[in-house]
Design a protein around this ligand. Structure first.
Ligand SMILES: Cc1cc2nc3c(=O)[nH]c(=O)nc-3n(C[C@H](O)[C@H](O)[C@H](O)COP(=O)(O)OP(=O)(O)OC[C@H]3O[C@@H](n4cnc5c(N)ncnc54)[C@H](O)[C@@H]3O)c2cc1C
Length: 247
C-alpha cells in the first residue's frame, strides 16, 4: 500500500481559525488580516494563538470550523475489501479504479501469489500474527505453510481463469466476477479535517481490520504534516477517548 497527499487546502489552520473567529467577531473576517482576526485569543505568537483556539474548539466539541479545509489522498494497492470499508464513509469523496474499463490482461499470474495483484494478509504468512477475529494465538509452522500455499494457489488460479475468460472474449466487467476480494485497487479520496478525525476514530481503532488501520495511519501521518496543531491535539487528547463518534 502506498498513500500520498495529492492536493490540500493551503494554510488549513488559518482557515479553521478564521471560520471559528467569524462566529464571535463583530467585524468581517473577509476584510481583516489574520493577525487582526486573532486579536483577543490567548498567546504570545500567532502560532500560540492558533494552538489555543484549536484546542478550545476541540475541547468544546465545536467541530464545524474543521470542515473548511480539505485534503485529497491517492491510495495505491489496497484490497477491494478495504475499499468497501472506507467507502462506507458518506462524507468522503472517492474515485476508484474501474475493473469494467481496465482489463488486467498483462498481470503475470506467477507473481500474483507474491503479492503483485492481490493483497496478502499477514495471517497467510505469519505464524505469530494475531488478528482481530482470530480464535487462537499463534499457529505451528506446518499450518502456516499450508495456509500460505493454499492462499497463493487460490489467488493465482483466479487470475489465470480471469485471463482465460478475457481470451474467450468475455468483457472485463463480467470476467472480474471470478477475481478475489483481495484484488488490489487504486483510489483517490477527498475529505475535510473533521471527517478525517472521524475516519481515524473508527478506522485507526483497535477493533478495525489491520489493512484499513494501516491506511488510516498513513493518512494521519500526512495530515500531521499538513495540519500540525490540529493533529497534535487529536493525538494527545482525542484519539483514545471514549465515545468516539463526535467529530
Ligand atoms: C470495526 C468496525 C466494524 C464494522 N462492521 C460492519 C459490519 O459488519 N457491517 C456493516 O454494514 N458495517 C460495518 N461497519 C461500518 C459502520 O457501521 C459504518 O457504516 C461506517 O463505519 C461508516 O461510519 P459512520 O456510520 O460513522 O458514517 P459516516 O458516513 O462516516 O458519517 C459520519 C457521521 O455522520 C452522521 N451521519 C451520516 N449519515 C447519516 C445518516 N444517514 N443518518 C444519521 N447520521 C448520519 C453520523 O453521525 C456518522 O457517524 C463497521 C465499522 C467498523 C469501524
Amino acid at each position: 500500500m502506498e498513500v500520498t497527499l495529492l492536493e490540500a487546502t493551503p494554510n488549513p489552520e488559518e482557515l479553521i481559525c478564521k471560520g471559528a473567529r467569524n462566529d464571535y467577531y463583530a467585524d468581517f473576517v473577509g476584510e481583516d488580516d489574520f493577525e487582526t482576526v486573532m486579536e483577543g485569543v490567548d498567546g504570545d505568537s500567532i502560532e500560540e494563538k492558533q494552538r489555543t483556539l484549536i484546542g478550545h474548539l476541540m475541547t468544546h466539541g465545536h467541530f464545524g470550523p474543521f470542515e473548511h479545509p480539505n485534503a485529497t489522498f491517492a491510495v495505491k494497492g489496497i484490497s477491494r475489501s478495504c475499499m468497501a470499508q472506507i467507502t462506507r464513509h458518506r462524507h468522503v469523496s472517492f474515485d476508484v479504479q474501474s475493473m469494467r474499463y481496465v482489463a488486467f490482461d498483462d498481470v503475470d499470474p506467477e507473481q500474483v501469489g507474491e503479492g503483485e495483484f492481490v493483497v496478502t494478509p499477514p495471517s497467510a504468512t505469519d505464524a505469530d500474527w494475531i488478528g482481530r477475529n482470530q480464535k487462537g494465538g499463534s499457529v505451528d509452522e506446518a499450518t502456516i505453510e499450508q495456509r500460505e500455499e493454499l492462499f497463493r494457489e487460490s489467488v493465482t488460479r483466479s487470475v489465470e481463469e480471469y485471463q482465460e475468460l478475457l481470451d474467450l472474449g468475455m468483457p472485463p466487467e463480467d470476467a472480474r466476477f471470478v477475481l478475489p476480494i483481495g484484488t488490489k485497487v487504486n483510489m483517490v479520496m477527498t475529505m475535510n479535517v473533521r471527517m478525517l478525525m472521524h475516519v481515524a476514530d473508527m478506522r485507526a481503532a483497535a477493533d478495525a481490520q489491520w489493512e484499513i488501520r494501516e491506511l488510516t495511519e498513513s493518512v494521519l501521518d500526512l495530515a500531521a504534516d499538513w495540519c500540525p496543531l490540529t493533529f497534535e491535539y487529536y493525538e494527545a487528547k482525542m484519539r483514545n477517548r471514549k465515545n468516539r463518534l463526535a467529530p
